[in-house]
Design a protein around this ligand. Structure first.
Ligand code: SF4
Length: 242
C-alpha cells in the first residue's frame, strides 16, 4: 500500500488520529472553509495551466459552497469570494508569465527505503526558467522561509519527479496567496541540492518504517480542538461548543 505524505503528517500529529483515518478508514467530515478555499485556488491554477479561465473555475466551485455550513476563521464566504477575484486577477497579470508547466496535478509514486509513497505535486515545470516544483498555498499571513526549508513533502515530490520523469528539480517554490490584512501574493524559493534532498528523504524513510511496524497508536492530543474526531475522543455531546 502506498502512503501519502498527509498520512505521515497525521501520524506525527496524533498516532490515534492516523489509526482512525488510515487504518480503520473512518470518514473525516470536511467542514473547514479555509481548506475549501485552498481547493478553490488550486482548481483555478489548474484551469489556467490547462488553458481554461481560472476565474470561472474558481467562481463555479466557490459559488457551489455558498450555503454549506463551513467553519471560517477570520474571513467568511463573501470576503473570500472577493479576495479570490483579486488574487487570481493579480496572479494572471503579474505572476503567470513566469510559469512553464510540464506536469500539473499529476499523481505519481515512488518508493523510499522499500516503502511505497504517492503524491500529487501542484506544478512541475519551469519557474523563471529554473526546473521547479511549485506548491500553491493559501494562508492567513505571510510565510516564514523556514516553512519551505523544512517542507518534507516537496522533497518527496522532487524524488518522485526524478524517479518517474527522470528530471532533476533545481528549485522548490511556494506561491502563497496571503489573505490578511489585504490580499497579496508571496513567492518563496529554495535552491534544492542533493545533500538537502538526501537528508530529508532518509528521515522520511525512518518515519515510513516506524509506521509500517507500529502496533500501538497513542493519543498525542496535538491540536485536539481542531480535530474532526474530537467528539469521538471526548464525547462531550456538543457541550464543547457552548
Ligand atoms: S481528538 Fe485529539 S486525541 Fe483524538 S484523534 Fe484528534 S488529535 Fe488525537
Amino acid at each position: 500500500m502506498n502512503n501519502r505524505y498527509s498520512a505521515i503528517q497525521t501520524a506525527y500529529t496524533c498516532y490515534y488520529k492516523y489509526k482512525l483515518q488510515y487504518i480503520d478508514k473512518l470518514e473525516v467530515p470536511e467542514d473547514s472553509g479555509d481548506m475549501a478555499y485552498g481547493t478553490g485556488v488550486h482548481l483555478a491554477m489548474q484551469a489556467h495551466f490547462e488553458g481554461d479561465d481560472p476565474l470561472v473555475a474558481f467562481n463555479i466551485y466557490w459559488d457551489s459552497l455558498k450555503d454549506k455550513p463551513l467553519r471560517y476563521t477570520r474571513d467568511n464566504w463573501e470576503s473570500l469570494k472577493t479576495k479570490g477575484d483579486v488574487f487570481i486577477t493579480r496572479w494572471l497579470r503579474l505572476h503567470s508569465k513566469y510559469y512553464r508547466p510540464l506536469y500539473v496535478e499529476q499523481r505519481i509514486a515512488t518508493t523510499i527505503q522499500g516503502f511505497g509513497i504517492e503524491g500529487t505535486p501542484d506544478f512541475v515545470g519551469y519557474y523563471k526558467d529554473v526546473l521547479s516544483i511549485v506548491d500553491f498555498k493559501t494562508s492567513a499571513q505571510k510565510y516564514d522561509k523556514r516553512k519551505i526549508i523544512s517542507n518534507e513533502q516537496m522533497m518527496i515530490y522532487a524524488k518522485m519527479v526524478k524517479d518517474v520523469y527522470d528530471l532533476d528539480v533545481k528549485q522548490l517554490v511556494y506561491s502563497v496567496f496571503v489573505k490578511q490584512p489585504e490580499p497579496s501574493i508571496q513567492v518563496i524559493t529554495l535552491e534544492l541540492t542533493q545533500a538537502k534532498l538526501n537528508d530529508m528523504i532518509s528521515n522520511v524513510g525512518l518515519m515510513l518504517k516506524d509506521l509500517s511496524t507500529r502496533t500501538e497508536f497513542p493519543k498525542n492530543r496535538t491540536g485536539c480542538q481542531y480535530c474532526s474526531f474530537f467528539e469521538k475522543c471526548y464525547q462531550t455531546n456538543g457541550e464543547s461548543n457552548e
